[in-house]
Design a protein. Structure first.
Length: 280
């Protein structure tokens, strides 16, 4: 990828992170850590990889995205807003009564959301169904599902993985956000799913690893995924929970808590400084 394109994506990702902070601060609740760790991934998918049209969000042959770790909705909403599905200013209504931007994605009310999600483990199953439907109807769309590394401690994930490989769903890409932290601590302490790569490989997936915060590496991983036939793909992205906000990085306490006014101002100052540097 040429450096001007990388810089443009870095700017968008920075704005996506600002939207995440804006949302959870105004909601006084939410999940900033795991939203920030997938901001670069969401930026790449919505601005480079996926075949979509914000003016026609229900386009039949669009690529689909399922946020299986649905609590990271602030990240998805911010990416959708940046892409033009709804006004960026609406992010401030996150989790408010009467807002369509609730704590988990809602496909019935939010343009661009392909699947309502929340209970961990269910999103990947829905994504398998979408992928199978595409196969049965001879459609060319691809389905992307984003899971958390804590989420894959759920048994349903592995039932879905078994199904995906059995049905040879090569139009499915599961991306595991491996940031090493979950609500109660490190994944290693709680119920380690490692080795994640070996597990998905043993279930019949083509497995790729990537740096979640390097757009060139993200591009490499998805280019490889597109060449795979006859089996589903699992991309294991090594990420930093809270990425982009210094005091949130690698801190489990920011899994599900919102910044106060002082923390909000510090976070936005850091992100604005990063954006200014990218614009220089």
């Amino acid at each position: 990828m040429l450096s001007p394109q990388v810089k443009e994506l870095q700017k968008i990702a920075c704005k996506v992170r600002m939207g995440i902070i804006e949302g959870v601060y105004n909601a006084k609740s939410g999940h900033p850590g795991g939203s920030l760790s997938i901001a670069d991934l969401l930026t790449y998918l919505y601005f480079v990889k996926m075949k979509i049209d914000p003016q026609n969000p229900k386009m039949e042959d669009r690529d689909r995205l399922v946020l299986s770790k649905g609590h990271c909705a602030p990240g998805l909403y911010s990416a959708l807003a940046q892409r033009g599905y709804f006004p960026v200013d609406e992010l401030k209504t996150l989790r408010h009564i009467g807002s369509r931007l609730q704590g988990h994605p809602d496909m019935k009310h939010i343009p661009g959301v392909d699947m309502s999600s929340g209970s961990l483990g269910q999103g990947i199953s829905a994504a398998c169904g979408m992928a199978l439907s595409g196969k049965l109807s001879n459609q060319s769309y691809r389905v992307y599902a984003i899971l958390g590394d804590g989420e894959i401690e759920e048994g349903q994930v592995w039932e879905a993985a078994m199904f995906a490989a059995h049905k040879k769903l090569d139009n499915l890409v599961a991306i595991v956000d491996s940031n090493g932290l979950q609500i109660d601590g490190t994944v290693a302490e709680v119920n380690s799913p490692e080795p994640i790569t070996d597990k998905f490989a043993s279930f019949g997936f083509h497995v790729i690893t990537m740096d979640a915060h390097d757009f060139n590496d993200i591009e490499r991983a998805f280019a490889e995924a597109e060449q795979v036939t006859g089996k589903p793909v699992a991309i294991i992205q090594k990420s930093v929970k809270g990425k982009g906000v210094s005091f949130m990085e690698n801190q489990v306490s920011w899994h599900g808590s919102a910044p106060n006014k002082e923390q909000y101002e510090q976070a936005m100052a850091e992100l604005n400084a990063a954006l200014t540097q990218l614009n220089a």
